[in-house]
Write a protein that binds this ligand. Structure first.
Ligand code: NDP
Ligand code: 2IT
Length: 453
C-alpha cells in the first residue's frame, strides 16, 4: 500500500468510524488508483479522490408506519447522493434489517464507478431502510413504502436522483413507491426504474443484472478461447440476480448446481434445469418461501443450513468451473476463496456487490483466475435502468430484443474497458484494477472540468 493510500485510509477511518464496509470499498479503489495518481498529479492536486469519497449529500429520515395489528413501528430511511459529475444520482434502494449508513455508503461509492463503466450518463447513489419485508403482508409493505416516499419524494426526480431496486426491493415495492410519488407530485415521470412493464418499465430490466453477470463471465472466458457451454456453476442467493443468472447460464449451455438464501443452501448434483428454475421463481417471488422447500419438491437435492459460527460457507466447497456470488457483501471469505480455487473454479463473476472479502480477492488475483468484480460484472442491472430512463424520456418502449442487444453490447464494452485499463497500467488480466481505473477516469475528468464543487 502506498504512503498516500495509507494516510488517506487513516483519514477515512477517523472521519467515518463504525463503517467497515465503506472502508473496505474505499481501500480497494484507492489501491488500484495509486497507479493512476502517479501518472496524473492533477487528480491529486485537485483532491479528486478526497472529494469522491465524500458523499455530495446524505439524507436520513424517520419512517413511521402502522402494522396490521395497529401497532406503530419506526424505521430509519436513507438516501446517499454520492456523485453527480456525469449524470443524475442513480442506484438502488435496499430494505434489509442489516442496512445502516456504512453499508449504504459502500454501495453508493461502488455505484459511482459501476455507473461510469456502463457508458451511460449516470451519477451514483444508494438508499434504503432497516425495514425487513420478510413476513410482512402486502398491505404492511405498501404502508411502509408510502411512508418512505413521503420523505424521499422531495429529494428525487427524473433529472435529480432516480432510485431502483436492490435486496428486498423488487417490482412490488417499486410499484408502491412510484404510486405514492405520483400522488405527491401529481406527475407521471421516470423517477424510479424497475417499474411494471405496462406503466413505463423496460423489458429485460428484471433479467438484466443476472444476464449481464453471465455475459461478463462469457466475455472473460472468450479471452481464453473458452465459453460457458458445458461448465458447472455455483450460484448463491435465490432472489432477482440469482434467478436470472441461472436462466442465462442454462441458455448458454451451462449447468447450475447450487442456490441459497440466508437460511442455507441447496446442492442439486443433477443440475437446476428450466423446470426447477420456474419452481424457484414461484417459490421466491410469489409464495415468498424458503430455499429449503426445494428439497421437498426435488428429492435428490440436499439442503445444508447456514452455520454462522463456521469459518467457511460449504456452498463454495463443491467442484465446479464458475462461481456467481449473487446474495450479499462479504459472502466469500479467504477460506471460501481458497476452497473455490482448490475445487477447480477458475471463473468468478460477481452478481452481488462486494461479495468477496479483501483476502479472498487477493487469493483470486494471486491464482490468476478470471475474476470479474461486482462493479463491472453486475453493472448490467443499472445499465438497463439507464435504458429505461432513455425510453421514459422518449415515451417509447423498445422491444425485448433491442434492450437485450444493448445490454449485451454494454457488457462487452465494460469488459473491454477493464482489459484495456488493466493493460495500460501494467497489470494485465487484473479486472479489479481495470474496473476501478476505468470507472474512475471518466468521473475524475468530469470533476476537473466542472471546477471545485
Ligand atoms: P433479492 O432481495 O432479490 O435477493 C437477495 C438474495 O440474497 C436472497 O436469496 C436473500 O436470502 C439472500 N441474502 C440477502 N442477504 C443475505 C445475507 N445477509 N446472508 C445470506 N443471504 C442473503 O436481492 P437481489 O437479487 O436484487 O440482490 C442480490 C445482490 O445483488 C445484492 O448484493 C445486490 O446489491 C446486488 N445487485 C442487485 C442488482 C439488482 O438489479 N437487483 C444490481 C446489481 C447488484 P433471504 O431471502 O433469506 O434474505
Ligand atoms: O447495485 C445496483 O447496481 C442496483 N441495485 C441497481 C441500481 C439501479 O439503479 O438499477
Amino acid at each position: 500500500m502506498s504512503d498516500y493510500v495509507k494516510s488517506l485510509m487513516n483519514e477515512v477511518k477517523a472521519k467515518n468510524p463504525s463503517e467497515p464496509e465503506f472502508h473496505q470499498a474505499v481501500e480497494e479503489v484507492a489501491d488500484s488508483l495509486s497507479l493512476v495518481l502517479e501518472r496524473h498529479p492533477e487528480y491529486r492536486s485537485s483532491k479528486i479522490l478526497e472529494r469522491v469519497i465524500e458523499p455530495e449529500r446524505v439524507i436520513m429520515f424517520r419512517v413511521p408506519w402502522v402494522d396490521d395489528q395497529s401497532e406503530v413501528h419506526v424505521n430509519r430511511g436513507f438516501r446517499i447522493e454520492m456523485n453527480s459529475a456525469i449524470g443524475p444520482y442513480k442506484g438502488g434502494l435496499r430494505f434489509h434489517p442489516s442496512v445502516n449508513l456504512g453499508i449504504l455508503k459502500f454501495l453508493a461509492f461502488e455505484q459511482v464507478f459501476k455507473n461510469s463503466l456502463t457508458t451511460l450518463p449516470l451519477g451514483g447513489g444508494k438508499g434504503g431502510s432497516d425495514f425487513d419485508p420478510k413476513g410482512k403482508s402486502d398491505n404492511e409493505v405498501m404502508r411502509f413504502c408510502q411512508s418512505f416516499m413521503n420523505e424521499l419524494f422531495r429529494h428525487v426526480g427524473p433529472n435529480t436522483d432516480v432510485p431502483a431496486g436492490d435486496i428486498g426491493v423488487g417490482g412490488r415495492e417499486v410499484g408502491f413507491l412510484f404510486g405514492q410519488y405520483k400522488r405527491l407530485r401529481n406527475e407521471f415521470t421516470g423517477v424510479l426504474t424497475g417499474k411494471g412493464l405496462n406503466w413505463g418499465g423496460s423489458l429485460i430490466r428484471p433479467e438484466a443484472t443476472g444476464y449481464g453477470a453471465v455475459y461478463f463471465a462469457n466475455e472473460m472466458l472468450h479471452t481464453k478461447d473458452d465459453s460457458l457451454e458445458g461448465k458447472s456453476c455455483l450460484v448463491s442467493g435465490s432472489g432477482n440476480v440469482a434467478q436470472f443468472t441461472v436462466e442465462k447460464i442454462l441458455d448458454l449451455g451451462g449447468k447450475v448446481i447450487t442456490l441459497s438464501d440466508s437460511g442455507g443452501y441447496i446442492y442439486d448434483e443433477k443440475g437446476i434445469d428450466t423446470e426447477k428454475l420456474e419452481y424457484v421463481k414461484e417459490l421466491k417471488n410469489l409464495r415468498r418461501g424458503r430455499i429449503k422447500e426445494y428439497t421437498e419438491e426435488f428429492k435428490d437435492a440436499v439442503y445444508t443450513p447456514l452455520d454462522a459460527s463456521s469459518d467457511h460457507n460449504p456452498l463454495w466447497n463443491h467442484k465446479g468451473d464458475c462461481a456467481f456470488p449473487s446474495a450479499t457483501q462479504n459472502e466469500i471469505n479467504g477460506k471460501d476463496a481458497q476452497n473455490l480455487v482448490n475445487n477447480g473454479v477458475y471463473v468468478i463473476s460477481e452478481g452481488a456487490n462486494m461479495p468477496t472479502t479483501p483476502d479472498g480477492v487477493d487469493i483470486f488475483l494471486n491464482n490468476d483466475i478470471l475474476y470479474g468484480p461486482g462493479k463491472a460484472a453486475n453493472a448490467g442491472g443499472v445499465a438497463v435502468s439507464g435504458l429505461e430512463m432513455v425510453q421514459n424520456s422518449m415515451r417509447l418502449p423498445w422491444s425485448r430484443e433491442e434492450v437485450d442487444n444493448r445490454l449485451h453490447h454494454i457488457m462487452k464494452s465494460i469488459h473491454k474497458t477493464c482489459v484495456e485499463n488493466a493493460e495500460r497500467f501494467n497489470t494485465p488480466g487484473n479486472y479489479v484494477n481495470g474496473a476501478n481505473i476505468g470507472g474512475f477516469l471518466k468521473v475524475a475528468d468530469a470533476m476537473l472540468d466542472q471546477g471545485v464543487v
